[in-house]
Design a protein. Sequence first.
Length: 229
Amino acid sequence: MTGARRRRRASRGSGEQLRGEIVAAAKKLLAETKNADDVSIRAVADAVGVTPPSIYLHFADKDALINAVVSDVFAELDAAMLAAADGVDGPLERLYAYGLAYIRFAVGHPEHYRLATMDPCPRPPAVDEVLANSAFAHLGEAVRDCMAAGIFAPGDHLPVTLDLWAAAHGIASLIVAKPYLPWGEVDEVGGRVLCAAALGHAVADLAGADATPAEREAWVTAQRRRRRR
């Protein structure tokens, strides 16, 4: 018999375990092939040691399996962000911890991150909910806490959260897509980008919420002159 050795008949109640093994195998194959199109149901079945029809008992089709992989990736990202901010009390420090964990995860799992966040194919609402309830929710919570602490101007936290998520995703996706560029250490470049985005929001209202670029330039210049005195 070719392919992987077939596993023994599953015992009653082991369906969830098999489902988890299928998702894990698909994730591993994705990391190896670097393309979801190259991850076939048959390849996943061989990796797990079951027949292709066994896959369809858990997933209606390949798209459903890939969607489960994406959900699992976001669950891992969620755990990584929570672990990074564990014990961090300051809201701005916690925001940095979340952001750096996000960037580290993306760089450490490039194919999984690319599939989960850069694949243009539509995903079902369940995956959108995972995204809203994990990475984005953590950033949003930290932004609200920064507003409550007076670090950011009070107001709607959503635009600020989107901006900071864009900063984290932007540098993460660039490092993933262009790893040959001289980025330097991931924490260093990620910290600079997050700092620029967060502190930009922290001081923007001090220069005037509706200030023009020229007015903000004048404000920054005046602040630097005061520091030299």
